[in-house]
Write a protein that binds this ligand. Structure first.
Ligand SMILES: Cc1cc2nc3c(=O)[nH]c(=O)nc-3n(C[C@H](O)[C@H](O)[C@H](O)COP(=O)(O)O)c2cc1C
Length: 361
């Protein structure tokens, strides 16, 4: 029992109302997730891009290290027009080839759209793993899963967490049966979770978003976006949130799987250096401005949709990371990079709690 115990810590069986944001793409290593849970928060696997086997492996790895609860996050598949994206991907490769030259990568001219696995099938396979491996908490972004999926997960007593960027999306999550909703403010790093309106209309600052959502749903609200320390945690709680979900703060931690170049980029970034871009993946996301974003800006509107553009830029992002240069990597970050530190998860959580207690007393 501590001063921060509330309905969310009791419901999730954690010590502190701190959730480490699921971050797909190798950042949420087993060590990061386990260390967060061991330190009293909730570790989350970002499984959006994982195969079912990779999911199974990581879940088992974490369970070997801790018996504390942790969660997993999946991307709800989004529809895209195959014919239109086929045309768009051809054009996008023309814009990407000069960048490939800079990285000594071979040109690509065609894109086999059929190579994209059936997203719905993959999603259903991922759900099966969550159930089979008995992960007790499952969160979603980019939409709300089907009624059938929700019913099945609930039958297995899995706690469901949705993502919302507006009041309407939060209400939709509640109506669909989500137990908790994460509200993602415009400050947030990484992909936007909006699924009802366009990204522009769904860019609500967290200070506006929390109380308006709290007034319109009965399920507990978790705040996400720009929160890095005890001040952010307490401010969120003052506005009616029951806890926080933090991404950027955990991404620069020692245990995170983010590339060293990426961590350094965040640690050296200022609040005015992050921008929204769809140039890396076809979906709007917040990251640190670099050469790739600036080069692709003029083509932004005509780029293919997620996940087509994400697959097209895979070779570029990978080569940029291997060559240790940040110019063509996706450097997702929230709007508070000045508050980021390279420290252990244990220190980060201890400091948040100490700051929160100082504010409380
Ligand atoms: C590198 C990175 C990857 C992310 N990947 C995911 C993801 O896979 N699933 C998800 O629901 N949210 C993802 N997010 C968004 C977070 O859940 C959260 O909204 C965000 O980190 C909050 O803003 P902050 O980074 O300023 O703390 C990601 C964020 C970052 C920074």
């Amino acid at each position: 029992m501590n001063m921060l115990t509330n309905e969310i810590t009791e419901f999730l069986q954690i010590e502190y109302p701190i959730i480490q944001a699921p971050m797909a793409g190798g950042i949420t290593t087993s060590t990061l997730v386990a260390e967060v849970s061991k330190a009293g928060g909730l570790g989350m696997i970002g499984a959006g891009y994982m195969t079912p086997n990779q999911m199974r492996e990581q879940i088992r790895e974490i369970k070997l290290v801790t018996s504390r609860p942790f969660g997993i996050n999946l991307f709800v598949p989004t529809e895209f027009n195959v014919v239109e994206n086929k045309v768009k991907s051809k054009a996008a490769n023309q814009f990407l080839n000069p960048i490939r030259d800079q990285l000594n990568l071979p040109h690509k001219n065609d894109f086999d759209i059929s190579a994209i696995n059936n997203a719905h099938e993959t999603f259903n396979d991922q759900i099966k793993i969550v159930i089979e491996e008995k992960v007790s908490i499952c969160s979603f972004t980019f939409g709300i899963p089907s009624k059938d999926v929700i019913t099945e997960l609930k039958q297995h007593n899995i706690t469901l967490v949705g993502t919302a960027t507006t009041v309407r999306e939060a209400m939709e999550n509640e109506k669909a049966g989500m137990d908790i909703v994460v509200v993602q403010g415009s400050e947030a790093g990484g992909h936007r979770g909006n699924f009802m309106d366009s990204y522009q209309e769904s860019l609500i600052g967290l200070m506006s978003l929390i109380p308006q959502v709290v007034d319109n749903v009965r399920i507990p609200v978790i705040a996400a976006g720009g929160i890095m320390d005890g001040r952010g945690l307490m401010a969120s709680i003052c506005l009616g949130a029951k806890g926080v979900q933090m991404g950027t703060a955990f991404l620069t931690c020692v245990e995170s799987g983010a590339h060293q170049v990426y961590k350094e980029a965040v640690l050296n970034a200022k609040e005015d250096q992050t921008v929204l871009t769809r140039s890396f993946s076809g979906k709007w996301a917040r990251g640190i401005k670099n050469e790739f974003i600036l080069e692709m800006r003029k083509h932004e509107a005509s780029l293919p949709d997620f996940p087509v553009q994400n697959i097209l830029t895979q070779d570029i992002r990978k080569a940029s990371a291997t060559q240790g240069q940040q110019d063509f990597m996706s450097l997702w970050s929230g709007q508070s990079p000045r508050l980021a530190k390279n420290q252990t998860v244990e220190t980060l959580i201890k400091n948040i709690i100490a700051e929160a207690e100082k504010i409380l007393f």
